[in-house]
Ligand binder design. Structure first.
Ligand SMILES: *Cc1c(COP(=O)(O)O)cnc(C)c1O
Length: 504
């Protein structure tokens, strides 16, 4: 078993970075018509004096939209405003892999490592440190970044050893320790930067809109506010908490509160964005996944490019399980690592269409009616990215697990008691891990990463309700309510002595 790496994010490699002036100088054509046929790398040989030198004439890095997992010539420039393929299917951002392959894995590893934590705009960001793999053609001046990414990979030593049968190589990737408190920042910096570029190109875009009750609207409003781009958020009236409302309000989004549910808001915003020049920021949008995938690359980087055995991701609309797959797969294809981890997607039992699909042997997918779950960001019965998720899981020998409300709340409480402060979605992922450990699928010494998707502070009400044992039909086995005691020396002494006897 490999020894555990340091939890700090500073790269161990201190070699000077390779010259990367190519990246700064390359600008490909900004026209919106592009050719779909990618040409092979051109290697020219020049002769200077007596020294014959092979100089690769660099293919510029580029990316385009193509229909997801389909054999077709159809493609679009990233500067086009388009969300679906001609047949109504999903799009995918496809990079010119031949251009990226002009450099070997070691080159990319060293380049990425050299940028971590630096202030050279915009490469200090965890997303933009991988710019050539994300949005290679955007001008650095057009990027809207809040230094997202670079989140802590926490060694969950106590949780693993004490609560998962002596697991000693368990890690929690705290993606929620981020600008707006969730991993949605990773994708939103990419989407808003691209919109910023489109507006500078005089494309007719008056703003960006989304229907969301939580993390997406928070991330969208923050990045748009930083860019000075109007944002429009559709929210169902009286169905969301103050905590969910406050971020877009504070960031100056135009918040429309309407008398319907989330699905009603979603339907409306899609109709409206097809009529008005408002860019649609929902997870249908494949640009966001390009940012989300950098979390996978960052995990490899934090392990000094050693590949973990398992990565567990909570899933709702299911774009992210694919984004992680894509990040790992690119690292394999470009020679940074030689394999990819097995992926586990974890769902709430109250919103488990992917789990049911997996259990049926991927036979027939049917959406479900999602019911209320504390893991509110994954309360989705008809996931937009179902095809992306099935692709990611079947190509990574993946597994799907589910968690009931009681299971996820208990897992959160136990994790918190070992020094974390996790959100309910992370609780769902921890339950998946526990079940796979119990069945012996995940071994004691397997290096395992649980992706924590939001900050626990966004979900304090769930924790308060749990610890005050006020949730119906939930026993709150691990509740730790405050003890009420009279403000008198004797009374305090009594309860303290009793407590100290218990913990010693
Ligand atoms: C969006 C989100 C997820 C799920 O991501 P999908 O791509 O929709 O599966 C999980 N947790 C949190 C906190 C989220 O905001």
């Amino acid at each position: 078993m490999a020894s555990a790496p340091a939890t700090t994010f500073f790269p161990k490699h201190r070699h000077p970075p390779p010259p990367c002036r190519h990246f700064h100088n390359l600008r490909s054509s900004k026209s919106t018509t592009i050719s779909c046929t990618s040409s092979p790398p051109i290697i020219t040989t020049t002769t200077s004096g007596n020294n014959r030198q092979s100089i690769p004439s660099l293919l510029p890095f580029s990316a385009k939209y193509v229909p997801f997992n389909a054999v077709t010539d159809e493609c679009y420039s990233l500067d086009d405003i388009i969300y679906r393929s001609r047949s109504g299917g999903l799009l995918d951002v496809q990079h010119d892999m031949e251009a990226l392959k002009q450099f070997d894995g070691k080159y990319w590893r060293t380049l990425f490592d050299s940028r971590v934590g630096r202030t050279t705009w915009p490469y200090g960001s965890g997303v933009w440190s991988k710019k050539e793999w994300v949005l290679p053609e955007i001008d650095n001046d057009d990027i809207i970044s809040a230094f997202e990414g670079n989140s802590n990979l926490f060694w969950a030593e106590r949780y693993g050893k004490h609560h998962l049968g002596g697991m000693n190589d368990l890690w929690v990737k705290h993606c929620g320790i981020s600008h707006t408190g969730s991993f949605k920042d990773l994708g939103m910096t990419v989407l808003v930067s691209q919109v910023n570029r489109l507006r500078k190109m005089n494309k007719p875009l008056v703003g960006v809109g989304c229907a969301s009750t939580g993390d997406t609207s928070a991330a969208l409003s923050a990045y748009c506010a930083a860019a000075g781009i109007p944002s429009i958020v559709f929210l169902p009236a009286n169905k969301i908490s103050m905590a969910q409302l406050v971020q877009p309000i504070a960031n100056g989004a135009f918040v429309l509160s309407m008398d319907t549910d989330f699905d009603g808001c979603m339907k409306l915003i899609r109709e409206i964005t097809s009529e008005l020049p408002i860019y649609l920021a929902n997870s249908l949008n494949s640009l966001r996944l390009e940012g989300q995938k950098t979390a996978a690359i960052e995990i490899l980087q934090q392990f000094d490019w050693e590949v973990p055995d398992w990565v567990i991701i909570p899933g709702g609309n299911l774009g992210n399980v694919y984004a992680f797959y894509k990040g790992f797969k690119m690292c394999q294809e470009l020679g940074l690592v030689d394999r990819i981890p097995r992926l586990v997607c974890a769902q709430a039992a109250n919103a488990n269409p992917l789990y049911l699909h997996y259990k049926s042997g991927w036979e027939n997918f049917s959406p479900v009616k999602a019911t209320t779950t504390f893991a509110s960001a994954i309360q989705i019965g008809d996931p937009v990215s179902i095809d992306r998720a099935v692709y990611a899981l079947t190509n990574s020998d993946g597994i799907v697990e589910e968690a009931t409300e009681e299971e996820l709340l208990d897992a959160m409480a136990v994790a918190d008691s070992t020094g974390m402060f996790v959100c309910p979605h992370t609780g769902v992922a921890l339950v998946a891990l526990m079940k796979l450990r119990e069945r012996g699928v995940i071994g004691k010494n397997d290096r395992t990463v649980v992706v924590s998707t939001a900050h626990g502070l966004k979900f304090t009400q769930a924790k308060i309700d749990y610890h005050s044992k006020s949730i119906k039909e939930i026993a709150s086995k691990f509740a730790n309510p405050p003890v009420e005691v009279a403000a008198e020396y004797g009374a305090v002494m009594d309860v303290l002595k009793k407590h100290l006897k218990k913990v010693s």
